[in-house]
Design a protein around this ligand. Structure first.
Ligand SMILES: O=P(O)(O)O[C@H]1O[C@H](CO)[C@@H](O)[C@H]1O
Ligand SMILES: O=c1cc[nH]c(=O)[nH]1
Length: 240
């Protein structure tokens, strides 16, 4: 019988989470992944409707939980999962916007590094620049897994912004020139939390919007693209 255990934001027993947790921003994406890919699933968190589940993927125990949108929300869940639930691997499965014509809707991006306009990593690193990078073993396993699944992925730098509705749209051209593959709102913060508290993190993204071309996936197309990304993340997690 598990001991009663909970944090301010997670009402799960101490052993409720697997070593690896997939982290979509949208809690309904967590529910979708749990219902479509996991067996013997239990709901383990519902505080603030930030749904979390633990089950089995091809016999391997895994968890999935929403993080909400933006670095502050994601950082709360990532920190509590690491320090209170002893989670070792955090794999964000998110959506992003593209700024380069080389990156198309539906593409899958693996965030080797994440730039940001957020100050969180400077707050934790005495105002110096912290290189927010993915854990190499997770990254390498994910790239190899994508090849095995015959999924095309692009690996590189992303940008985690604090404002979805930016007052600096001129940044998108600069990001394109600097090789940014996708714009989202959590990866740099997740990598900072993982470094601070001693866990491994990776971010996988599906391109759902093309910011400079002003094109967007329909909600049905989002669902099927996200399913491919979920398959990649789950198969990666199983291989760790
Ligand atoms: O689809 P998710 O994982 O929420 O990711 C992206 O979508 C949200 C903005 O619409 C932000 O959280 C951004 O990072
Ligand atoms: O942060 C995000 C996420 C998806 N699409 C965007 O344009 N920005």
């Amino acid at each position: 019988m598990s001991s009663p255990h909970q944090t301010v934001h997670i009402n799960a027993p101490a052993d409720a989470f697997a070593d690896t947790v997939l982290l979509p921003g949208d809690p309904l994406r967590a529910k979708f992944i749990a219902e479509h890919f996991l067996t013997d699933v239990k709901e383990v968190n519902n505080v603030r409707n930030m749904l979390g589940y633990t089950g089995f993927f091809q016999g391997h125990r895994l968890s999935v939980m929403g993080t909400g949108m933006g670095i502050p929300s994601c950082s709360i869940y990532a920190k509590e999962l690491i320090t209170e639930y002893k989670v070792k691997n955090l794999i964000r499965v998110g959506s992003c916007g593209a700024v380069s014509e080389q990156v198309k809707l539906h593409d899958i991006i693996i965030a080797m590094g994440a730039c940001t306009d957020s100050k969180v990593n400077r707050i934790r690193f005495k105002d110096h620049d912290f290189a927010a990078i993915a854990n190499f073993e997770l990254l390498n396993t994910c790239v190899n897994t994508a090849a095995q699944l015959a999924l095309k992925v692009q690996v590189g730098n992303v940008f985690s912004s604090d404002l979805f509705y930016t007052p600096q749209p001129e940044m998108f051209d600069l990001m394109n020139n600097m090789g940014i593959l996708g714009v989202e709102m959590e990866a740099a913060g997740l990598y900072g939390v993982a470094a601070q508290y001693g866990a491994r993190a990776l971010t996988i993204l599906t391109v759902a919007d093309h910011i400079t071309l002003d094109t967007h996936l329909s909600s049905d197309a989002r669902q099927s693209s996200f399913a491919q990304m979920a398959q990649l993340a789950l198969t990666t997690a199983k291989a760790l």
